[in-house]
Design a binder for this molecule. Structure first.
Ligand code: NAD
Ligand code: DAU
Length: 379
């Protein structure tokens, strides 16, 4: 395996920490530089188990600071970038869109420009370099709920196979689906995706983009549905279900996303786009019932004990109805497959949060609660 110097941005966040861990452990000859601003979402405790490894280093920096990006990329002789740093929470983007434009759009642009300048100066130019941008399925907009009469819909079953889901003839996001973002978050991610592709088209810089569905698993900040609800059930607090709970999301275990990123970083073709997802759609309310059941069982509560915590609240403005990723291109061309069935993944996830209560307690600060109370009322 050739030696490489890889910059991973956003490595102190949820998905980034899994990617950093995978690369540091799997590739001892690579130097992994984790660059993170440590916003509210960044937490170096996510990487405690690998922080002493000789091939790992951390640098605190803001991706929107162009001079800093130039310096860090040059000083570390970076030849590959896996870019995850972003503002990632839709509800926050509704409240504060400018922060999303600054980090997700201007930050991505600064990183692209700094990489381009440095790579053009190296003797081999763009040869052997890659800028890999991690994006989301939300850029494609929203799909309709297709629930053909008389047939169980794909999202009311637990079978997560492509054949099963495609058999229902419902629509999926393809790599060629037209961008149609609705939230300030997805608009900022769409814009950053366009910049990444523009650097390939205009300057010939090797870039690629992947668009992934909802991730779940350990180390996710407890503002997102699954960790928030596990924590609230643990503390007997209300579970705020937006609208009627009928929105559908397509869930992928975070370590499977990290493995896909590894495969694509090493074998993906520059200029390509790959969708990543596990054909695992769930209506929010059905997923919430599975989470409640699992937490109650693991806490030794009688079945149905925490159902009373379900509280329907005002819907998220512009709430996308359904996301569903068709990831057959990645499966066929690069041989990636999700490793876990959802039932296994959710069990593993709930156990992790229950076993790591101090990790949760450290981040659920007063500020965090006040923020939500100002937006959706007391929880
Ligand atoms: P996260 O919010 O948990 O982590 C984001 C990280 O980026 C944090 O460590 C934060 O400190 C860092 N960061 C934020 N602004 C920064 C800046 N200006 N400079 C440097 N670092 C900064 O996010 P996540 O859920 O791990 O998502 C990671 C990436 O994957 C994002 O680009 C997101 O759009 C994308 N994505 C997420 C999901 C998901 O379900 N979570 C799905 C598909 C794609
Ligand atoms: O699809 C990929 C995206 O998934 C990523 O790009 C985003 O970074 C990530 O945050 C996630 O976005 P969602 O908005 O889908 O995730 P969230 O966990 O915020 O919400 C999941 C669903 O649950 C959504 O339909 C809104 C609903 N919800 C969420 C929260 C936090 C509730 O009903 N109540 C809640 O309290």
């Amino acid at each position: 395996m050739p030696k490489r110097n890889i910059l991973i941005t956003g490595g102190a966040g949820f998905i980034g920490s899994h990617v950093v861990r995978l690369f540091v452990n799997k590739y001892p000859d690579y130097r992994i530089v984790n660059l993170d601003k440590l916003t509210y979402a960044g937490n170096l405790a996510n990487l405690k188990d690998i922080e002493e490894k000789p091939n790992y280093s951390f640098v605190k920096a803001d991706i929107a600071d162009l001079d800093e990006m130039r310096r860090i990329i040059r000083d570390n002789h970076i030849d590959g970038i896996i870019h995850l740093a972003a503002e990632s929470h839709v509800d926050r983007s509704i409240k504060d869109p400018f922060t999303f434009a600054r980090t997700n759009v201007m930050g991505t642009l600064a990183l692209l420009q700094a990489a381009k300048e440095y790579w053009e100066e190296t003797p081999e130019g763009f040869e052997g370099k890659l800028f890999y941008h991690i994006s989301t399925d939300e850029v494609y907009g929203a799909l309709e709920l297709t629930d053909p009469e008389g047939i169980a819909s794909p999202f009311t079953t637990t079978a997560s196979s492509a054949e099963h889901h495609l058999a229902f003839g419902s629509e999926f996001f393809l790599e060629t689906t037209r961008y149609n973002p609705h939230s300030p978050y997805s608009a900022s991610k769409a814009s950053s995706d366009h910049f990444v592709r523009a650097y390939y088209d205009t300057y010939g810089m090797p870039t690629l983009v992947t668009n992934c569905s909802n991730n779940y698993g350990p180390y996710q900040f407890p503002e997102k549905l699954i960790p928030l609800f596990i924590n609230n059930i643990r503390h007997g607090k209300p579970l705020p279900v937006y609208g009627k709970g009928e929105n559908v999301r397509d869930w992928l275990f975070v370590e499977d996303h990290a493995r896909a990123i590894d495969t694509i970083f090493h074998h993906g073709k520059p200029a390509e786009t790959y969708n990543i997802g596990g054909f695992n759609e769930w209506k929010n309310i059905d997923l919430i019932k599975v989470v409640i059941k699992t937490v109650d069982r693991l806490l030794g509560n009688p079945e149905g004990y925490s159902d009373k915590l379900i509280t329907y609240v005002t819907d998220r403005p512009g709430h996308d109805m359904r996301y569903a990723i068709d990831s057959r291109k990645l499966q066929k061309e690069l041989g990636w497959e999700p490793s876990l069935q959802f039932e296994e993944g959710i069990e593993k996830t709930v156990r992790w949060y229950l076993d790591n209560q101090p990790w949760l307690d450290n981040i659920t600060s007063g500020d965090y609660r006040q923020y939500y109370e100002s937006m959706y009322g007391k929880r």
